[in-house]
Design a protein around this ligand. Structure first.
Ligand code: HEC
Ligand code: HEC
Length: 337
């Protein structure tokens, strides 16, 4: 009788205490209104210590052989995780083959790189680490450097219960990347947050053009993240020096196809296209207006159209309304490198 009487109050106190202790290292992804819930791999659930470890590594030059560059050298937060260059530049000033893409909303990507050859974020990290033109380095040597730093050793233990190694490095950086969610631009406020004044009249007109049957932009740049993740040729060249998805599949039908990129934060992420060949949004719109250059792979959706000067301006204003200033100013990005 006496015992029974006390079980309930004890449980009422004990259960929340246990839950809070457990919850301390649980990270709750903030998902913007209108966005689906992203899939997080079971073997790398998000936690505060994992994300913090990954964040530190992302900005740390110990990742590269000569300690001159980090992931953030090519993926700078203030440029929505691009670098403002035509193509990425690795250690010893070496140029890589392609333009550094934004990491905005990478958690939603079903595969990575412009040819789609890498299935997970964890595996993607192997590329810049080992690539001679990027970090030109080895996970075991990065781990050795981490061993000399007590914060890394402690975080590594807390996050994955093991000392720094390739397992820890690839998983922690991926956990951080999965938090790079951007969904609070004026466009989002207007579309998903019921703020009818978030877009100007010109931006609204540009939005209607973007989603129109006449321009067809949204037939590839579709959905909440402005991409259907398909591989397409948008008529950049007659002959492409870069064989695109064919590099992966070796199939002629995949020649010069590239993953449709997101357009979020597009005003911050120039130069544009896989090779950084366009500098401005206006040049891009001119390209689509003319219907691009003919080649056997060019999508039938790239057929050209005619815009008035006002319409062109409205479309540019709409693209600019996809900039999310709260994303690039996230406190955990500031002053990191
Ligand atoms: C030298 C510049 C450079 C460095 C350093 C670099 N990247 Fe990249 N990153 C690129 C380029 C260029 C691409 C596009 C490559 C391609 O698609 O073939 C890319 C692609 C990616 C992608 C794929 C994005 C997508 O949408 O498919 C991710 C994720 C990424 N990088 C993360 C990282 C991380 C994490 C690091 C550090 C471990 C890093 N990058 C270091 C230039 C760089
Ligand atoms: C057939 C599918 C398709 C259609 C339709 C399409 N695009 Fe694209 N878009 C792409 C692909 C693929 C790329 C990347 C090409 C590359 O890297 O060479 C791209 C690139 C872009 C870029 C540069 C992105 C970056 O980060 O470099 C912008 C901006 C853009 N498109 C805007 C538009 C607009 C505006 C329209 C409508 C007028 C449009 N697109 C129609 C497939 C399409």
């Amino acid at each position: 009788m006496f015992v029974k009487q006390y079980i309930k109050p004890i449980l009422l106190i004990l259960v929340p205490v246990l839950l809070i202790g457990w919850a301390q290292d649980v990270y709750e992804l903030k998902i913007p209104k209108g966005f689906p819930k992203p899939q997080i791999p079971e073997q790398n659930e998000l936690s505060n210590s994992r994300i913090e470890l990954g964040r530190r590594l992302f900005f740390d030059k110990i990742m590269s052989r000569d300690t001159t560059i980090s992931c953030a050298s090519c993926h700078k937060p203030e440029l929505a995780f691009t670098d403002g260059l035509k193509v990425g530049v690795g250690i010893r000033g070496q140029k890589v083959a392609r333009n550094s893409p934004t990491l905005t909303n990478v958690v939603y990507s079903p595969y990575f790189l412009m040819d789609g050859g890498v299935p997970t974020l964890e595996q993607q990290i192997i590329v810049p680490v080992q690539e001679h033109k990027e970090f030109d380095f080895h996970f075991s040597l990065i781990a050795q450097r981490m061993q000399k730093d007590s914060i890394y050793v402690q975080l590594s233990k807390q996050a994955y219960n093991r000392p720094p190694d390739a397992f820890v490095i690839t998983r922690a950086i991926s956990a951080f990347e999965r938090t790079l969610i951007s969904g609070n631009s004026p466009y989002d406020k207007f579309t998903y947050q019921n703020q009818i004044n978030a877009l100007t009249a010109s931006e609204k007109k540009g939005k209607d053009l973007f989603f129109s049957e006449r321009l067809k932009c949204s037939e590839c740049h579709s959905g909440f993240n402005f991409t259907d993740y398909s591989f397409q040729n948008n008529g950049l060249y007659v002959n492409y020096p870069d064989s695109g998805r064919m590099r992966l599949t070796n199939k002629e039908e995949d020649r010069a196809l590239f993953k449709v990129p997101t357009l979020r934060n597009i005003n911050l992420t120039g130069p544009y296209m896989h090779d950084g060949s366009f500098n401005t949004l206006e040049e891009i719109i001119n390209h689509y207006e003319k219907g691009g250059n003919n080649n056997p792979q060019k999508s039938e959706k790239i057929g050209g159209f005619k815009l008035t000067n006002n319409e062109r301006l409205n479309l540019i204003h709409f693209l600019e309304s996809l900039t999310d200033s709260s994303f690039i100013n996230r406190p955990d990005f500031i002053g990191q490198y």
